[in-house]
Ligand binder design. Sequence first.
Ligand code: TYD
Ligand code: MG
Length: 459
Amino acid sequence: MAKARSTYFCQNCGFESAKWLGKCPSCDQWNTFVEEVIEKTASKVPDWRTEKSSNRTSKAAAIHSIVYKEEARLQTPDKELNRVLGGGIVPGSLTLIGGEPGIGKSTLMLQLALTMPKLKILYVSGEESEQQLKMRAERIKQSSQASCYILTETATQNIFKQIEQVEPELVIIDSIQTLHSAHIDSSPGSVSQVRECTAELLRFAKESGTPVFIIGHITKEGSIAGPKVLEHMVDTVLQFEGDRHHVYRILRAVKNRFGSSSELGIYEMQGAGLREVSNPSEILLSHRESTTLTGISIASMLEGARPMLIEVQALVSTSAYGTPQRSATGFDARRMNMLLAVLEKRFGFRLSIQDVFLNIAGGLRVEDPAIDLAVIMAIISSQQDIPIPSGVVFAGEVGLSGEIRAINRVDQRIAEAEKLGFEKIYISKYNSKGLDISRYKIEIVPLSKVEELFQQLFG
Ligand code: TYD
Ligand code: MG
């Protein structure tokens, strides 16, 4: 019997230390060290690693002598997922899907398993029973001809045994936090277990060429539970996010060795599973027919590399109490305060005695500075009680002196506005250089100052 050995791990970054530390020397976080017992059983348990890789020797090869053949990516029926993965699933890749509990990770993966009839898929669940999974599959209603196998197991050694029997072409692990390996003595979900199980799955994926998806939970702080090391080990990290009270979900590539990390996919959670949303602008622009409403403007923004139009709503009203209220949903409150200060100081709008409420429609959280212009216009439209004409889109960042600053990928934003039938887009003058305005049907108005825009729209 080997002697029990314990180490301390930082729960934030996975830093390992022989003794307890108050502050992590690696990530500078306080009070993150937890003791974990790791007792290496003198590897009697057969596993993927001991069986396969011990008799293999590797040699250095000149790069020009390496024959590279474009490996066929597996196309899934889910176009949003293909897009986020960079064009399909790469053979032998390890993908981590992170997200808060209840966001829909299991639903997304089970749906994938049920919609690929030609592929043998093993869905390993440590969280739900077979009956529960069957119930969910019934709900998604695609369980007819799929060759999907369900395994409810948490010991990695048993999982690999089943893999050898079933010989799946794709493996899905429903939650790495429930797995445990016999090589390590600490409890499931601890840093060392999560790390060891991921390493075993990684070896399996690389040596067998079978793609593996791993579901991982997310901590309160928003990072994937277990350490950052997990993110280093896998090829692709996808984040499934969204407001649980809204139906829209965003699947975002945080890291991708085989594609762009600025891609994202959008889904809608329905009663019968997730539905792909291929044209997000249409759902985000809710009530466009109401042309007489004030305080509403449309912005052309980019989420990752994907352009979409969103509605910005503002309400400015006389403050009933001494201190005016400021509230922003889906937009940075500090940035809103800065824009309000610009309006007050540069253009003399008396906003400091008024309540200002700002809302981004659709429950989205926007960080793109290009929506500044739409935010300012919605606020002034509400304050002056003048509606913004329908068919108008804004795309520009606003600086501290009230200038309209250039933004990135302006042509994509213009194209999106044009595609959705808008008539006019206001952009920065500095963006119009090198832009072939005659190419677009939509009218493009380049401006350098916010007051020019006020004159054009509000007189
Ligand atoms: P789930 O996939 O279990 O989330 P996770 O694995 O990320 O914890 O999804 C749970 C939520 O999704 C649950 O609140 C119910 C909802 N849901 C639907 O709205 N429609 C459906 O068809 C399914 C299967 C789930
Ligand atoms: Mg789940």
